[in-house]
Unconditional design. Structure first.
Length: 475
């Protein structure tokens, strides 16, 4: 990949220096391992032209495809293919970039890469090309992460969302909120620093309140979109728990349209966790059927109960299943011992084909005060409503993703911290007026810094190392 459409500056937001000033020239195979029609060796850095001269024995014109043999140190042909030259800063990394596109065999690519390394390049670390694009201002951090998300996308919806983030939609929305915060900080800090100057207007309480209140809806929209984007990227883990024989395994089979779990009339049939994948309106789910929750002296079943509770503690959503069959003694409102907060719980009343209850939502009828959906795993009644309730409880309110962008858990955390800081600033202004502007400006600064973590305006080296180490080599 050569030029990228977005250019957000020419220096690292961390060091003020370009990436080419540290690390020299890097090289890697940029195509997947194995056989293929085409294989690409990518080179980036100040020595890229010297590599080109050594491999091709001639100088390349910028951004023009040239057919050429690839030569070893003795002038013998290793391979032949297309060579592309992208002089910096108009390249993917912002540095001089050479791409050698030859045949996709493993050994021939290794020979070409060995020749490139012999000419002075070093092997690239995972994600180092995209890291340099970030450090050179070609991408911000959320765009850089979107590159990896696009490569790893598990669905068409996820791929489309990653492209929107790569094109800057997420970053632009974050930047718009940041600009409002910067403007507010300028007003408040000027009022604090130059309060004795007659030509510096004092900021008023209504003006501060209007600015802070104007941030509420954009932040809520960003959080909602990021929640859906994170669900698209990471999926939703769902644990199915409850007493024995309430139909947990049948519910798993019905939701996944498979016979993944063994179903019998014998209580305690499920001893271990059974996991299956499911897609609901483009959102990937990982369902886990668990052992029935009950007191038992069977050591194997007891281990299954412990694992069930552990899975429930870790899950994003917990389906607490009970039976509506009058002949079965289960307590309405879900099973005891279900780990987690009520915000993650959905009460599922199964076997309504035996009780005559109407399928679908039964709002407010759960003893726990959590959403309740009545279903029949046998007939499928109420299953559509249950799927929608899973998405709603996970924060996915508008599946379809016509305008969604990919997001990560760290993005959500940063957005929620920003929203909290803005809310605290608004509360402080309401309680103390201009008498506590120092506290207000600190809250606004915290909100601004949290948003800066998303795009990389404020970052730490450890975070960057963690992000880019998850990339594939050659990207």
């Amino acid at each position: 990949m050569g030029d990228h459409a977005t250019h957000r500056g020419s220096a690292s937001p961390l060091t003020g220096e370009t990436a080419s000033s540290h690390g020299g020239t890097i090289a890697a195979v940029a195509t997947a391992p194995g056989r293929g029609a085409i294989g690409i060796v990518r080179v980036s850095g100040p020595g890229a032209m010297e590599v080109a001269l050594g491999v091709l024995d001639r100088r390349l014109a910028p951004r023009e495809a040239s057919f050429s043999p690839f030569l070893d140190d003795g002038g013998k042909v290793i391979d032949e293919g297309i060579a592309l030259w992208f002089p910096g800063p108009h390249s993917y990394t912002g540095e001089d970039v050479l791409e050698l596109q030859g045949h996709g065999g493993r050994f021939v690519l290794d020979l070409v890469l060995d020749r490139v390394l012999a000419l002075g390049a070093r092997p690239a670390r995972p994600g180092e090309f995209t890291e340099r694009a970030f450090l050179n201002g070609k991408l911000d951090l959320s765009q850089a992460e979107a590159v990896a998300d696009l490569i790893d996308a598990g669905s068409r919806a996820a791929a489309r969302a990653a492209v929107r983030s790569l094109q800057g939609e997420f970053s632009n929305a974050v930047d718009a909120v940041s600009e409002t915060l910067v403007g507010l900080r300028v007003l408040i800090e000027a009022a604090l620093d130059f309060s004795d100057e007659e030509d510096v207007p004092l900021v008023s309480v209504p003006e501060i309140e209007r600015s802070l209140e104007s941030l509420g809806e954009p932040l809520r929209s960003l959080i909602a979109a990021a929640t859906e984007g994170a669900a698209l990227r990471d999926g939703i883990s769902v644990a199915i728990i409850g007493p024995p024989n309430v139909g947990k395994s049948s519910l798993l089979n019905r939701l996944t349209a498979t016979q993944a779990a063994i179903v019998t009339e014998v209580a305690g049939t499920t001893r271990d966790v059974v996991e299956r994948d499911l897609d609901i309106e483009g959102i990937p789910l990982k369902l886990a059927d668990t052992a029935g929750l009950r007191e038992t002296e069977d050591p194997i079943e007891a281990i299954g109960v412990e694992r069930a509770l552990a899975v429930a503690d870790e899950a994003d959503i917990v389906l607490s299943v009970e039976s509506s069959d009058p002949a079965e003694a289960t307590t309405p409102g879900g099973s005891p011992g279900a780990g987690g907060a009520d915000a993650r719980l959905i009460s599922v009343v199964n076997k309504i084909d035996l009780s005559g209850l109407a399928p679908g939502w039964a709002a407010g009828s759960s003893a726990r005060g959590v959403p309740q959906v009545r279903v029949s795993a046998l007939t499928g009644a109420g299953i559509i409503e249950l799927k929608r309730e899973i998405l709603r409880t996970a924060g996915v309110t508008a599946p379809g993703f016509g305008g969604a962008f990919t997001a990560r858990r760290r993005h959500l955390d940063a957005l929620r911290r920003a929203e909290k800081a803005v809310s605290e600033a608004l509360a402080t202004v309401g309680a103390h007026g201009t008498g506590a502007l120092e506290l207000v400006t600190e809250d606004v600064r915290r909100a601004h810094r949290a948003l800066g973590e998303i795009t990389g305006e404020f970052s730490i080296d450890d975070l960057l190392g963690e992000i880019f180490s998850a990339f594939c080599i050659g990207k």
